[in-house]
Design a protein around this ligand. Structure first.
Ligand SMILES: Nc1ncnc2c1ncn2[C@@H]1O[C@H](COP(=O)(O)OP(=O)(O)OP(=O)(O)O)[C@@H](O)[C@H]1O
Ligand SMILES: [Mg+2]
Length: 382
């Protein structure tokens, strides 16, 4: 609606709607009419049959009697025959209609089956196992010469992720920075195996993610996506999506950590406020903090934060950042950030450029290097 209004497209959209409606009318009429011509002909024929029989037999009987011999059949028999015949034909018509209905429904079925028959691209291996819960390796992440190209991208182009290798030990905090489109979000998606790598391997806790039960892997990885997604439901329901049996106290605790509880408390319906389609009734920063509260409630072993605080003002960002600092303890954290101030504490920072890691090190080491990172940093702080 906002887009329609700000681009003053009301008239064009109304026309488009009217066009679609006309199209719809035409289709519905066509659907209602399909097969009806055949039935019309059959029905006319069936109604006409008794009349024709009466006419022909009447004429035969009359002319036989006129010539003075017995026609061998009486008018009464003819009437009885046509009555019984009509009774037989109507149920047959009804059966034919069922056939017609089945025919038209088949078109719908085939479209539904198209989805039911889809083979999921990512399935568990037959001997898939649980990720290791050994604290020494649980939460360790390893990218080993990973190459990746999105499925619909032609093979002769450069891979989106090109020969990326790195290791994160359990509990470490690493960060990815780089230009827009350099592949940061993509790395965040490969980790929970939302896509399959083209070559190389992604490992979790020492095991290739392709050897692990996908559901169990997902349970251990929490992702705050770049565009937080909220359902058209209440705030409490959105939070409980991460943990259906969470108590009210747990919800509040997570919300407090994400610095959103006080804001929710000012809403008339509090946690029962319905957020609207995709959360349009909340500000960008509020949505982001609810998404953070949701992931804290999930309490995953690995936290992937894709620009998780980008929509917050400096003050809020600092508070949420502190909450995330607390949340980071005992977890592996992969942060993706444009604002470098949020990742200066990272154990390692990787600079991505067109799918390749071009620099890596701590904040201080990278500044000393005076390369891409140092340039980025001085841009933001000049
Ligand atoms: N589903 C997709 N199918 C095909 N190409 C994609 C898809 N998603 C992203 N890409 C492409 O992959 C490249 C990397 O995208 P990615 O989202 O990882 O960038 P990013 O580093 O997160 O950028 P930003 O900082 O803007 O969020 C881009 O060139 C993008 O156009
Ligand atoms: Mg991104």
């Amino acid at each position: 609606m906002l887009l329609v209004k700000t681009y003053s497209r009301q008239r064009a959209e109304s026309e488009r709607y009217a066009d679609q409606n006309l199209n719809q009318i035409e289709l519905q009429v066509r659907q209602a009419m399909s097969g009806q011509l055949f039935f019309g002909v059959v029905q006319v024929f069936m109604s006409a049959v008794p009349a024709i029989i009466y006419l022909v037999s009447g004429w035969l009987i009359a002319s036989a009697q006129g010539q003075g011999f017995d026609p061998g059949i009486t008018a009464g028999t003819i009437v009885a025959f046509t009555t019984v015949q009509a009774r037989l034909l109507f149920p047959m018509m009804a059966l034919m209609r069922v056939t017609l209905d089945l025919q038209t429904s088949r078109a719908l079925f085939s479209r539904i089956f198209e989805y039911i028959d889809l083979e999921p691209e990512i399935v568990d291996a037959p001997d898939a196992k649980e990720p290791s819960s050994d604290p020494a390796v649980a939460g360790r992440i390893e990218f080993d010469r990973v190459r990746f190209r999105y499925p619909d991208v032609p093979d002769d182009t450069r891979p989106t992720i090109d020969d990326v290798s790195f290791t994160v030990e359990p509990g470490e905090f690493i960060a990815f920075v780089g230009a827009s489109g350099s592949g940061k979000t993509t790395i965040g998606m490969l980790l929970p195996r939302l896509y399959e790598v083209s070559s190389g391997a992604v490992r979790y806790g020492g095991d290739d993610v392709r050897d692990l039960k996908h559901e169990s892997l997902m349970e251990r990885i929490g992702v705050v996506t770049q565009e937080p997604y909220l359902f058209h439901a209440t705030i409490a329901e959105n939070l409980r999506y991460a943990k259906p049996d969470a108590s009210d106290e747990e919800l509040e605790q997570a919300a407090r950590l994400a610095n959103i509880h006080d804001t929710i408390a000012t809403f008339e319906h509090g946690y029962d406020t319905v957020v609207g389609e995709r959360g349009y009734r909340l500000s960008g920063g509020e949505k982001q903090r609810i998404a953070i509260a949701r992931v804290l409630l999930k309490n995953p072993r690995v936290l992937v934060l894709d620009e998780a605080t980008s929509a917050l003002d400096t003050l809020n960002e600092r508070v949420v950042q502190r909450a995330l600092d607390d949340a980071r303890s005992g977890r592996t954290t992969v942060a993706i950030a444009h604002r470098l101030s949020t990742i200066v504490d990272a154990d390692r920072i990787y600079v991505l450029d067109a799918g390749r890691i071009i620099e890596q090190g701590t904040h201080d080491a990278l500044l000393e290097l005076e390369g891409a990172y140092a340039a980025l940093y001085s841009q933001q702080h000049s």
